[in-house]
Each structure stands twice: as C-alpha cells, then as structure tokens.
Ligand binder design. Structure first.
Ligand code: ADP
Ligand code: ASP
Ligand code: MG
Length: 820
C-alpha cells in the first residue's frame, strides 16, 4: 500500500491538478492499494481565513472574497472536466460554497469568530479540492472512493491545531480500509473531527500530517509528499539561490530541519512515520523525474557534517535575570510552569553556567502573554529585587545548522560563528543540544537572509564564494578597475572560486544598485539611468541590503566619501580605498578606522595610498608582523615629480612637462597637490603611521621648491605662473647637472623612541650616482626600509608608482585580499 499527498501548489489550478493526476495514474499501475491525500487549492486556506476575518469585523467585502473563492473552484472544474460531466461537480462546488457563505453570514451577524468556527470554514478548502480531484479521476474512468477524513481521524477539541487520538483513529482507519474494497481512495488532508463530531484541523500545513496518520495505521510501504520543489534542500530555495537538493536524510535530521523552519514538510509529520520506519519521499509534481529526497532511518553520509540550514522568524527572546537566582533550585521549573500554564510553546532554551540568567525563545505572538505570566509568577522576587522584571526582545529569528554527523566533529560551531561574525551578524543567544544534531543561533530578523547565505556558502558551496562590491568613483582609476574586474570575472570564478558581483556603482552625479550584480559591459548605461547621488542614501542602501561578504571601494579623491568608512566598518563591511584622505586626515580618525576594522572583523585596506600598485604597505605590515621595527624610511614617493624631473631638461618648459604628466594620468586630480609636495607628505605620514608612529601633517617639514606665486589661484594660474618662473626651474636642473647629480623629491622619516611624532621631511635633493635613487626612471617610486633586521642595506621596494592602470590593479589586489 502507498500514500501520496499533493500539496496546495500541486492542485492550485486545472493545469497543476492534471499533472498530479498523471502522477496518480502512474502510481496506481504499481498494483498496490493507493491513498491520495489532497491539500486545498494553493492559497485557498488563507483566502477563507481572510473572508472569515472580514465578516467578523463587519466588513461585507467578505462576500466578494467568497465569490472569488467560488470562481476559482468553478474555473478549475470547467477546465478539468468534459462538458457533459461538469454539471454534477459544479453543483457540488456551489452547494459547498453556499455552506461557507451561510457560516460567514452568521459570523458577520454575530461579529464573532471562534477557533471552532474558523476550523469549520477552512475545512471546505480540502473538502472541495479532494472532491474535485476524485471527480476528475472518475471522469478518466479511474475508479476511486472519496472518503471524508473527519470520519477517520479523531482529535481533541483544540481547534486550530488539534491533537490526534491515535488509538481511536487507527481503529477507524483500519476498519474502513479493511471493509471497503477501494484500490484507490481520495481523502481531504488537514481536517478531522473531535469526539463530538465538530470539525477540527491539524495545524497550518497539516495535510502532510494526514498522510502520516493514515500510513502507519495501514503499515504502508511508502509515503510520497508531492510538492513544488524537488525535495528537501540544503536551505530554503527562496532565500538561498544556490540551495541544493538533499537526496537522503534521516528522520531525525528531517525533523530538526522542519522544526526549524523548512516548511517543505509539516514538523509533526515525521514522528509517526519514523516510529514505523516508513520511508518518505519528497517529490516535485512539476519535475516528477527528479530524484527528490528520501527520508529514512539511516541516511547515507554525504561527506558533509551538515545536512541543512534553516530559520524561523517571529521569535521573542525572554530573559529572566537576577542575582537571587544563583544556586537556588526551582527557578527554571517556575519559569517553564508559568509558560506551560499559558500553553506557550518553548522553542529554545539557554542558561549560562553562572545561573545568573535564563533565556527562552518563544513565538513572538505570545510575548505579551508570557511577560505577564512570568512577571506574575516572580512578583515577590521582583518586589524584593532578587530578580529583574522579564526582559523581552523581539522580533528576532533563529538560524540553525542541522546534521547527524555534527556529533563529535569539532570545529563546526567555530566555523559557524566565525562566518557569521565576519559578516557582522550579531548573535543574541546560542543553543546546542547534547544530541549535537542542531546548533541554533538567535539573531536579528533583518540578518536572516544574509546569515543563511553566509552559512550556506561556508558549509555547502565548495564551488565558489560570492563577493559583493560597491564601487564609489568612476574616474581614471575607477573605470580601469571596472574594466579589469570585467576582464577577470571568469578567471576569479574558475581559479579563486570567487564570484565577484558589482552590486553598486556611484560617481559624483549618479548611483545605481543591482543585487544580482551589474553587467559590467553596460555599467555606464546603467549608471546613467541611476538615481541622483546622495551620500546618506548610498550608505542607507548598502546597510539595508545587508549582503554577505560586502566590500566598499573608494576610488575617488573625495573627503565626503572618506568620511563614510566608519559606518561601513561598523557593519563589518570591508573598505578598500585608493583615496588617501582618510589615512592622511587626523591621526585620531585613522586610528579609529583601524580599531573599528579590528573590532568588527572587517578589513581596511589602502595599499594604493603609497606607491600605487607597489607592495609598499603590505611589505611594511609583513615586517612588523614578523617582529621587526622600522627605524628609518627614505623614499621617492611621487611618480609625478619623478616623471617631471626625469623628463625636464630645459628644452621644453617645466610647465609643459607637468601638463604632460597630468595628461598621462600620473598626477592627482589636482596636480598642485603633487607639485607642492603635499601628496608626498601624506604618503610618508601614512608609512610612518603604519610603522607605529603617532604623527600629524604638522610634524612633517616641507622644503618646497615651488615659487609661492605658482601655488596661489586656480590650476590655470598655476600653469601660467610656472611658465613665468621657467628660469627658476631651469636653474634647479642646471645646478644639479653641474654637480653631476640628479634631482629627486625625497621623503624621509626617522622613528622616535616614544612613537609620538617622529622626524619626517620632504624636499628636493641632489642625488649622486651611487645612491639607490639615482637610477629611478619614468614615474618610478622607490622605498628604502631601514629596520632592526635591515640595518646597513635597506629593504627596497621599487617600480612604477603612478598611473591609473597600476593603481587600479593595486585596488584589485586589495579586493582579493578582502575576500580572504
Ligand atoms: P505544499 O503546499 O506542497 O505543502 P509548502 O509550501 O508547504 O508546499 O512547502 C514547500 C515550500 O517549502 C517550498 O516551495 C520552499 O519554498 C519551502 N522550503 C523551505 N525550506 C525548504 C527546504 N529546506 N527545502 C525545500 N523547500 C523548502
Ligand atoms: N491547506 C492547509 C494550509 O494551507 C493545509 C496544507 O496545505 O497542508 O495550511
Ligand atoms: Mg506544506
């Protein structure tokens, strides 16, 4: 014997019912007796409840709602049945719908809707669907018996979620099936009756349970749950795009997953089937050839200690705290008694071993009732201040990892909480039973989607990790970065297992977001269509999206953008900046950002602040991490100035050479920052700070070679004045040449013993041919680190230190570092 249950979507309309009928036709060929359990047409239970509630509120729109419900059933019948067989079924539908309307009219008149009346109203959903299903089978000459489940399943009178009297029910089921000669029987799911004959229901989603009540009574060989997904999946496919099908799972695991929100099977369904070891198959009505999931006693190991991840929303966390609880027995008993007297179900419990507090998770709807009951139960202790009034936090959610194999596998919770922590998901409470089959964490509701995806990626997606990037700035560096990302996307996915998505792009005018990733071949068009740039909205949008593995990338030179980093780091969003403003503003802000990054487990990376794509800061960090100390740094840090002095011979004017540097993209957006030496000051300060020095711009002396007049007014004035001062520049070069030396703009830093200030300066110097800096060509940078280990010969980092392409690739490298 076999039981097949079809869920709401599987019978939502004529087309779907036809698919289900096709599955039944195949199943009956197995030459064994078959019981079909049917849910209401998808959405009908909710629609009936809505109509009943409206009637109770005195809103006569309920009649329209009932009309729509009737029409859905009539249409299904008309689409399903041949014309000559429709009339009896149509009149059955009309008759039942009239009965619903009669009850709703009563509710409307009395303005009263008891749980009992609700049950009798919603029972019509399953009655109608199963009658239509049976009639359709008959119209195909498939002989079958329709049986009202209320005559088979007996429950108590807890309307809304009644408890089955198995002794009575089993007898009724057995005597019916043994007496009747029904090879194929169709039964409405979800409904039952109490000992007085009043209609009851088994709880929302309870049609699965009907199948699980009938199957053990008849010792059937298999139960098939036909639904709209190809089995139980590693996570809810509506939340996790990469959720995978679970081919086999144990009863215990399936029970845990369903209790923790995997709605694909109604939780009480498993127990009666497990008791009798009846295998359960979950199959997809719309893809019947997919293997689906087999639930049985010993599921095969899948090489993974986790079987699935699920979540429950609408949770309230109750905390009972107080010094008066420590070491005194009986507190938890009284707490749970107070809840049980109110019939409040406890979902999760934690107590720290200090016994100073007990935390209990319950459904949010019961929070007020629970608070009143518990505060009353502990009124005396609260009065004498031994216990605090109950603390209620809501709305919260639970995410849970489930798997039989978690037992004696160390490191799973570490991995779980590490992954959540890296993504800024705050954990409010943790529970793990000694069965080690479930680890649950209570988190904020807005973090659920992110948390489930993070965990899914951590435990299931050996294929790739998703990285979500927000890019601010589409100038020289930004646009090159975007084109490098576009070029490398496939490579990153294939070789580093990184799926890089650009989920937002902004420039000074517009911003554009797309959670699924912006197509980089058309980013300009998308950005053009975006909304006007607004910094507050940009921050809000990124925070609200709350995407996992997020990185904010600043490729602007804008101080407003630099001010946003702290907001992102606090949300555990890593920041990659080629913008130097944050690190070269006050030491306090620089330090705050470094501290926030550490506190919130994010990365703050700015390798391109010094030497563009050269590994300057990375090298420095590595030296310090390995226990070395930086004593002195000598550096040529301006690609622009190096380019200018390398190319200026006196033949073309100094101003023209500077213009060429700007045209080739080596200068800052404002070239005066380079020529004044200010940009070099910022860089040597960043290196000093990274070396551990508490240093500000005013601690650095600047021996500028620029005539003051050049630096007054705007950029055009700057060029015009330089032309006027050509003699000054020529003289600088001639003097150097005469001495057989080269001109380099050099920055130096000597550490201070106190770590407070140091000694740093920048300025033009004559470099003789023996010096490391003599052979620096083009836009090269060079940094010499003199450390405890590199005393005589410095550690040298040298290479092209300016240009949009190399800077973009430096930013790219930081992004990959942030992906960890
Ligand atoms: P039916 O009406 O057939 O009973 P349900 O809507 O009750 O179907 O349950 C199926 C739905 O359960 C799926 O469409 C899916 O969105 C949801 N679901 C939640 N968690 C899971 C999971 N882990 N695996 C599969 N489906 C899940
Ligand atoms: N129709 C009922 C509900 O929507 C039972 C079920 O579909 O399982 O809850
Ligand atoms: Mg269901």
């Amino acid at each position: 014997m076999q039981v097949l249950k079809f869920g709401g979507t599987s019978v939502a309309n004529a087309a779907n019912i036809n698919k289900a009928i096709g599955i039944v036709q195949k199943a009956v060929k197995k030459n064994t007796n078959t019981v079909i359990v049917v849910s209401a047409l998808g959405g009908i239970t909710d629609a009936l409840l809505e109509a009943a509630t409206l009637a109770c509120e005195g809103d006569d729109i309920y009649k329209e709602k009932l009309h729509i419900i009737e029409q859905r059933h009539l249409t299904a019948v008309k689409d399903l049945m041949p014309l000559d067989q429709q009339s009896s079924v149509l009149s059955m539908v009309k008759k039942r719908c009239n009965q619903i309307e009669d009850i709703c009219n009563g509710v409307f008149l009395l303005r009263e809707l008891s749980l009992r009346t609700k049950d009798s109203i919603i029972s019509f959903g399953e009655l109608l669907s199963s009658l239509i299903f049976s009639a359709k089978l008959k119209s195909l000459d498939i002989n079958n018996t329709w049986k009202d489940a209320r005559e088979l399943i007996v429950t108590d009178s807890v309307f809304g979620a009644a408890n089955v009297d198995f002794a009575l029910t089993n007898k009724k089921i057995q005597s019916f099936f043994f007496s009747v000669d029904a090879k194929l029987c169709v039964i409405p799911g979800f409904i039952a009756s109490d000992t007085n004959g009043a209609t009851t229901t088994l709880g929302r989603g309870g049609s699965d349970y009907t199948a699980a009540i009938i199957a053990p009574a008849l010792s059937v060989s298999v139960v098939e749950i036909w639904t709209d997904v190809s089995g139980m999946m590693t996570a809810d496919p509506r939340l996790v795009a990469n959720a995978r099908n679970i081919q086999q799972i144990s009863y215990q695991e399936a029970m845990e997953l369903s209790h923790f929100g995997a709605k694909v099977i109604y939780p009480p369904t498993i127990q009666p089937l497990m008791n009798k070891r009846i295998p359960v198959k979950i199959k997809n009505t719309f893809a019947p050839d997919d293997p689906g999931t087999l639930i049985e006693n010993e599921a095969q190991k899948n090489g993974n200690s986790i079987r699935g991840i699920s979540s429950i929303k609408n949770l309230a966390l109750l905390s009972l705290e107080g010094s008066g609880m420590v070491g005194i027995p009986g507190f938890s008993k009284r707490l749970f008694e107070a809840l049980s007297n109110e019939k409040i179900n406890v979902i999760l419990i934690t107590q720290s071993s200090s016994e100073h507090s007990i935390c209990v998770g319950i459904e949010e709807v019961n929070a007020d009732k629970a608070k009143a009951a518990i505060d009353k139960a502990f009124a005396y202790e609260i009065e004498i201040k031994k216990v605090d009034p109950l603390i209620v936090e809501k709305p919260l959610a639970i995410v849970a990892l489930v798997g039989d194999n978690m037992k004696s596998h160390p490191g799973i919770s570490g991995k779980m909480f590490g992954a959540l922590g890296r993504n800024g998901v705050n954990i409010r409470a943790i529970a793990q039973g000694s069965s080690e089959r479930n680890i649950s964490a209570v988190i904020g509701t807005s973090d659920v989607k992110k948390a489930i995806n993070v965990l899914h990626e951590e435990f299931f997606e050996t294929t790739y990790k998703q990285l979500n990037l927000f890019i601010s700035g589409t100038g020289n560096v930004g646009s090159r970065l975007l084109s490098q990302l576009k070029q490398q996307q496939q490579h990153l996915q294939d070789h580093l297992r990184l799926q890089v998505r650009i989920t937002g792009i902004a420039n000074s005018k517009k911003m554009f977001f797309n959670d699924d990733g912006i197509d980089l071949s058309q980013w300009k068009e998308f950005l053009q269509k975006g909304s006007p740039m607004n910094m507050a909205e940009l921050i809000n949008e990124i925070e609200k999206k709350n995407l996992r593995n997020s990185v904010f990338i600043d490729v602007t030179a804008n101080d407003e953008v630099a001010k946003t980093y702290s907001r992102f780091l606090q949300k555990s969003i890593s920041v990659v900046a080629c913008n130097k403003i944050a690190c070269s503003s006050s030491y306090e802000y620089y330090k705050k950002l470094k501290d926030l990054a550490r506190e919130f487990n994010a990365l703050f990376l700015f390798e391109t602040n010094v030497g563009a794509g050269l590994p300057v800061i990375g090298t420095l960090n590595d030296l310090l991490r390995s226990g070395d100390n930086v004593n002195r740094i000598e550096a040529v840090l301006s690609g622009t100035l190096n380019f200018v002095f390398n190319n200026y011979t006196g033949e073309t004017s100094f101003a023209k050479v500077v213009r060429q540097a700007q045209k080739e993209g080596y200068t800052e957006p404002d070239p005066r920052l380079d020529l004044s030496g200010k940009d070099v000051m910022r860089k040597i300060m960043i290196l000093a700070r990274e070396s551990g020095e508490k240093i500000e711009m005013e601690n650095i002396s600047n021996n500028s070679f620029m005539p003051e007049k050049c630096m007054q007014g705007d950029v055009e004035n700057f060029y015009a004045e330089m032309e006027k001062h050509e003699d000054h520049f020529k003289k600088l070069v001639d003097e150097a040449n005469a001495a057989g030396k080269k001109l380099k703009f050099v920055a130096s830093y000597n550490s201070s013993p106190s770590g407070n200030g140091g000694n740093a300066s920048v300025g033009l110097q004559h470099i003789d041919p023996q010096h490391d800096f003599y052979h620096l060509y083009g836009k090269d940078n060079a940094v010499l680190f003199y450390t405890d280990r590199y005393t005589e010969q410095p550690l040298v980092v040298k290479g092209a230190g300016a240009g949009a392409e190399v800077t973009a690739s430096g930013v790219f490298a930081d992004i990959i570092r942030a992906a960890r």
